[in-house]
Design a protein around this ligand. Structure first.
Ligand SMILES: Cc1cc2nc3c(=O)[nH]c(=O)nc-3n(C[C@H](O)[C@H](O)[C@H](O)COP(=O)(O)O)c2cc1C
Length: 335
């Protein structure tokens, strides 16, 4: 039996639900090509950070100051303007080369700090040929006087402004830590997001007990981290008019199945691909196909969201009763 893996995400038609999420692996043409060859249905480029552009500007100003008053004869010693402004130009060139080299959609990712940065850069990434823009919302509200409502309103207003500046689909990749995530998701849909990526993964620093300082090492994800995104996928699936992408914790093909059952339109992977290399995409895909075939499903729409649509407590992950039951059953037995 041939299994039809085609899906749609952000209005883009994908040959299957697997997307390589933003990471260094999607930052160069060689691995982008490999990801496509091994079956990725779309790629998300690493985020362009507004700070990188500000650093470029700062470096340019320093260089121009250093060169002030030096005669033109010295031309060539002080770097010209073209040597700076690198971050944006590099990124636009990456979009252009990736679009020319690949047949699958190339999604650009942006992490801004200013209103101008978000809207202007998003428009430039779209104009450079990105198939869609993913906003990488990563901001810890550490200000003790800013309320939750203010944080949420600022985010919603940002999404509205970026939406207005764009003529390509817009995805919002965000964390789970809102007081009412469901309402926030609905508000982002109302603001014009075409899709949500659940979730952005916070990189909590560790503590170095010898040097008594924070350690900012990045650990790759593990399967247990899927549970929170799965829960919200089941809660949101069919409830809001946007595409839902699952991101975090995929280790193998059955995890892709889990996310589809929870209601994902697309499933993203980074850690597994970094661990095993781009070729691992083929294992994820063939494993997905085999699982579906062995259960008699001939397309992924037949399994998508099954967890959310079944009404009993066994499948409704978010149910309060299930929570109580799990506490009961997980009591350690007294010795
Ligand atoms: C080395 C590395 C670099 C990453 N860079 C980005 C990035 O530039 N932008 C972004 O939105 N997410 C970035 N991420 C997060 C991933 O896209 C992904 O959301 C996260 O790793 C969770 O997925 P996973 O469990 O499959 O790894 C990065 C992750 C890793 C491990």
């Amino acid at each position: 039996m041939m299994v039809d893996l085609r899906t749609s995400y952000l209005g883009l038609r994908l040959r299957n639900p697997l997307i390589a999420s933003a990471s260094p692996l999607t930052g160069n043409l060689k691995s982008l090509r490999a990801l496509e060859d091994y079956g990725a249905a779309a790629v998300v480029l690493p985020s362009l950070f507004e700070e990188d552009i500000l650093q470029d500007r700062h470096a340019l100003e320093l260089a121009l100051d250093a060169g002030a008053g030096v005669s033109e004869v010295c031309g060539g010693y002080f770097p010209g303007r073209e040597k700076f402004g690198g971050a944006v130009e590099h990124y636009l060139a990456l979009i252009d080369r990736a679009r020319s080299a690949l047949d699958i959609p190339v999604i650009a990712s942006l992490n801004g700090t200013t209103d101008f940065g978000w809207t202007e850069l998003a428009a430039r990434l779209a104009a450079a040929g990105a198939s869609a823009i993913e906003l990488n919302l990563y901001d810890l509200p550490l200000d003790l006087v800013q309320s939750g409502v203010e944080v949420e309103e600022a985010t919603i207003s940002l999404v509205k402004r970026v939406r207005t500046a764009l003529d390509v689909p817009l995805a919002v990749k965000l964390g789970p830590y809102y007081s009412a995530f469901g309402q926030m998701a609905q508000a982002l849909a109302d603001a014009g997001a075409d899709g949500l990526v659940l979730f952005n993964r916070l990189y909590h620093p560790d503590v170095d007990l010898l040097r008594l300082c924070a350690v900012h090492n990045l650990e790759l994800s593990r399967r247990h981290e899927m549970r929170l995104p799965m829960m919200w996928l089941t809660a949101l699936q069919g409830q809001i008019p946007v595409s839902l992408a699952a991101s975090t914790g995929v280790e193998s093909a059955v995890d892709v199945v889990r996310y589809l059952l929870a209601g994902a339109d697309a499933v993203m992977s980074t850690s597994a691909l970094l661990r095993h290399g781009p070729k691992y995409m083929t294992s994820l895909l063939s494993g997905l196909e085999e699982w579906l075939e062995s259960r008699g499903f001939d397309n992924i729409n037949a399994v998508r969201g099954l967890l959310a649509t079944h009404g009993d407590t066994c499948t409704r992950l978010q149910e309060r009763d299930a929570y109580r039951a799990s506490l009961h059953y997980s009591q350690p037995t007294a010795r």
